[in-house]
Design a protein around this ligand. Structure first.
Ligand code: ADP
Ligand code: ZN
Ligand code: ZN
Length: 818
């Protein structure tokens, strides 16, 4: 009887594929192992085994596999179930989920580029097997090879295992974007020279150093530190403990008493001191016990705690109480909030039990974390990560914390799977019977709704830790200010006075400029022309610093024009304003202060983000101007003033979540102010101070905002009452996008009902990277069967794709779109 396996291929094909295996292979193979399989004419992929059986496929003749790549499964059965759930729910393929889940190093395939490892491991040829040697030798002549080229060179197909072994041995590496090591910090450590490392030697050194009391003291401090701990002693630690300077330390190194060595602080490991967790204040303690009570009957609980109420300390307690069980804990955060600030905070409590899964990690590091989670190692008991950490191979997950649960960056936008990490966390939690704690100062409408309807537990925490007052939020009417000529550039006199006062007291200031809708553009005063991107339907953005006009969607750029390209006039002005302009204005207004800017331009480089945060923490920066990035749970002690340059652009953004988001953003940036004794101050500049959202956020009326927004959602059929699925069509040809989108919307209306389908609509940016776009929005009521509706949509999409002239139109289906 022939034996078969079904495998998931890491490509967007709808079905699993069936391959033929021998009986011995069949017995060896377990679900979740990788198997190299041929696909199409020439391709080879590492696939994941999903099923084993003895039923030959009826449509095609099963091909043989090439080779089994693993000795043990690298993917758990639990994950396979989860992948399949994600694929069904988000209307994508399991292969796409697999691609998102697996670290790239697991995805060896024919197009993968390999090369010798850059740190030039010298190897003994004789230790290599024949194939391995041939590959090694080929790479002596060529700097890199694609896997399929290696197949040609060796004239055989079964080569992936050899390549894998060479990678495992550290001889080869796969090409990847050059990721930065996350914290490749070199730390200088001090040891005592061996000849002095004994009790008898000590008096001798002390005698020698009798004329250098500071150095003497340092040696004594070193021995007392050494007696206390068997951990290596860093130069910093020694200096701190003995109060000595670097040059005094160097003198001892020069005398040969001390020796130094550099060590890379381990990427995953942690050698610092571990501290006791903080004792909760009474409000926190009450909140924690409420959370635990809810967990007795509910799987999900929302912790709604104002900024600086100490939510993190509550998570920490909850985690600590679970630690002894040995079960795994997942701590999810929006990518950008994954700063060293939070990581080191958790590491000081939990030491090396904390593992970090981060997109900034190199492929190898991610494999390391993957394996540690899979093997349930102690050093990966607590996993902190962004969105994709959800896809790790957990064994016994018992708690998931989703911090800043309202953050829209939990939703993956592109490519598929377009999943929402918070929502998936709840599903994953249910698979494991784990408890899920959602935390935020400004929870999403959907989550609060689920809490109010009793589906989730709800715990509220209204006091900031240490009874620090909530910041005082004041609205500044800039329409009025302009009329009275009390504006200097984009600053009202009120804001300038507050900045001046704060700086005079040595305090720091944050200024927030929303990214959306306010990019500066260059406009001609004579004819009104503004330079456009040739590939996208947007005006080019003016970048003063580089003296350029750039497209934010495709990167197209030209040098700044001196003359209008349409009429030749030199009378040009910039319209709108961004962070760069505010920074420039500030530098003129406050020439003696240090001013920095945090946005996607200034944080792109190596550690740009971390560096800015550290500099600001260390008070090397007086005023920090920034975008959304500033809102993400950062904790700066010395900030007393937050200015919001203009609240209107976010309020007027055409999106049903715009009001909710504006509230969240303003409340979150405001939360950066006054986190110590002094009450923080927030000034919100706006043309429309009577806007209900501004009124609500300035008086901290979350409930009121929630009720109003919920009513709007109900009236206009939005979540949480209706589910949304957006289909975006993209094509180069205007005519075709028009026709095909009309066809698709009609077909959807016919099957789902006219009520349920909106569009086709032209999005606010009608063309990006030369592709025209149309959106169709489907609203599904809670009464409708979601699965059936998705199946129906799937069938319509299939018949769309079957129409020859539409086949080149790209369809993107986004379930629960944002
Ligand atoms: P949130 O996450 O709610 O914004 P954090 O957890 O960052 O608040 O806490 C704000 C600050 O208060 C942090 O610096 C934290 O160390 C401190 N803090 C919170 N709870 C306590 C506590 N029980 N004891 C001592 N310090 C605390
Ligand atoms: Zn002109
Ligand atoms: Zn463009």
């Amino acid at each position: 009887m022939p034996h078969f396996i079904d495998v998931i291929l890491p490509i967007p094909v709808e079905n699993t594929f069936t391959y033929l295996v021998s009986e011995a292979e069949y017995n060896y193979i377990q679900k979740g192992m990788r198997v190299a399989v041929p696909f199409g004419k020439k391709k080879v992929y590492a696939s994941i085994v999903k099923n084993k059986h003895t039923n030959a496929p009826t449509i095609y003749e099963a091909k043989e596999i090439q080779q089994i790549l693993d000795e043990d499964p690298i993917v758990t059965e639990q994950q396979l179930t989860f992948w399949s759930w994600i694929a069904n729910y988000y209307m994508c393929t399991e292969g796409e989920v697999m691609r998102a889940a697996l670290p790239k190093a697991f995805l060896l395939e024919s197009e993968t580029v390999i090369r010798l490892k850059s740190d030039g491991l010298v190897i003994n040829d004789e230790e290599l097997q024949d194939d391995e040697f041939l590959i090694y030798e080929a790479l002596q002549h060529r700097s890199e090879l694609k896997v399929h080229e290696v197949m040609d060179i060796l004239d055989k197909k079964k080569i992936l295992p050899s390549i894998q072994r060479l990678i495992d041995q550290g001889v080869l590496e796969m090409q990847e974007e050059i990721y930065e090591q996350y914290v490749p910090k070199l730390v200088k450590f001090i040891t005592i020279a061996p000849e002095y490392d004994s009790e008898e030697a000590l008096p001798v050194i002390l005698e020698e150093l009798s004329r250098a009391p500071k150095q003497r003291e340092m040696v004594l401090t070193f021995f007392s530190l050494k007696a206390k701990t068997n951990k290596p002693i860093s130069s910093q630690e020694l200096q701190k403990a003995s109060g000595a300077t670097a040059s005094q330390l160097n003198a001892l190194v020069d005398k040969g008493v001390f020796q130094t060595y550099q060590k890379r602080q381990d990427r995953v490991g942690f050698e610092g001191e571990v501290f006791e967790t903080k004792t909760l204040n009474t409000y926190q303690a009450t909140a924690l016990s409420e959370i635990k009570t809810h967990f007795e009957t509910k799987d999900v609980t929302l912790l709604h705690g104002v900024t600086a109420s100490g939510k993190t300390e509550i998570y920490v307690q909850l985690i600590e109480e679970m630690l002894a069980t040995g079960d795994q804990i997942l701590y999810l955060l929006p990518e950008i909030a994954l700063t060293t600030q939070l990581i080191s905070r958790l590491q000081t409590y939990f030491g090396e039990r904390v593992a970090i899964f981060h997109s900034k990690y190199s492929v190898n590091e991610r494999v390391e974390v993957w394996n540690n989670v899979l093997k349930k190692m102690d050093k990966a008991q607590i996993i902190i990560g962004a969105r994709s950490a959800l896809l790790l191979p957990f064994r016994d997950l018992k708690l998931i914390v989703v911090d800043e649960e309202h953050e829209s960056s939990f939703k993956q936008y592109d490519p598929a799977p377009r999943y929402h990490a918070r929502d998936c966390a709840i599903v994953l939690g249910a698979f494991f019977k784990a408890k899920v704690l959602l935390g935020s100062a400004t929870p999403s409408i959907e989550t609060v709704y689920n809490a109010q309807s009793g589906k989730y537990g709800y715990v509220s925490l209204k006091q900031r830790h240490g009874n620090i007052l909530m910041p005082e939020i004041n609205l500044v009417d800039i329409k009025e200010k302009s009329r009275k000529r009390e504006m200097t550039g984009h600053f009202s006199d009120t804001l300038l006075r507050a900045i001046t006062d704060a700086l005079a007291l040595g305090e720091q200031v944050i200024l927030f400029q929303n990214r959306r809708g306010f990019s500066p553009i260059l406009e001609c005063n004579t004819c009104g022309h503004a330079p456009q991107c040739p590939n996208c339907d947007v005006s080019l953005t003016y970048h003063k610093y580089r003296s350029q006009l750039r497209c934010h969607y495709c990167g197209y750029n030209i040098a700044l024009q001196q003359k209008c390209m349409a009429c030749g006039s030199t009378d040009l002005t910039t319209k709108g304003f961004g962070t760069e302009q505010i920074e420039a204005e500030l530098k003129e207004l406050y020439p003696d202060n240090n001013i920095a800017r945090m946005d996607s331009d200034t944080t792109r480089g190596k550690y740009g983000f971390e560096k800015l945060i550290t500099a600001f923490e260390q008070e090397q920066i007086d005023i920090l101007v920034g975008t959304q990035m500033l809102t993400k749970g950062l904790d700066f002690r010395n900030v007393t003033l937050v200015g919001i340059m203009n609240a209107d652009s976010m309020l007027n953004f055409p999106d049903f979540r715009a009001h909710e988001r504006s509230y969240q953003l303003i409340a979150q940036v405001s939360g950066r102010a006054g986190r110590t004794e002094k009450q923080g101050k927030v000034l919100v500049q706006t043309y429309n101070p009577y806007h209900q959202i501004l009124q609500q956020v300035s008086s901290n009326k979350f409930e009121e905002m929630y009720k109003e927004q919920l009513e709007e959602r109900r009236n206009f059929k939005y979540p949480p009452f209706h589910r949304l699925i957006r289909i975006t069509l993209k094509h180069r040809d205007y005519q075709k996008i028009d026709e095909s989108s009309i066809w698709l919307s009609k077909a959807l209306r016919q099957t789902l009902g006219a009520e349920a389908v909106l569009g086709p609509e032209t999005p606010s940016i009608a063309r990006i990277r030369n592709l025209y776009r149309r959106n169709i929005l489907i609203k599904i009521s809670r009464k409708q069967n979601l699965l059936e509706t998705k199946k129906t949509i799937g069938r319509v999409v299939t018949s769309f794709n079957a129409i020859a002239q539409y086949r080149s139109v790209r369809l993107v289906v986004d379930v629960d779109c944002y």
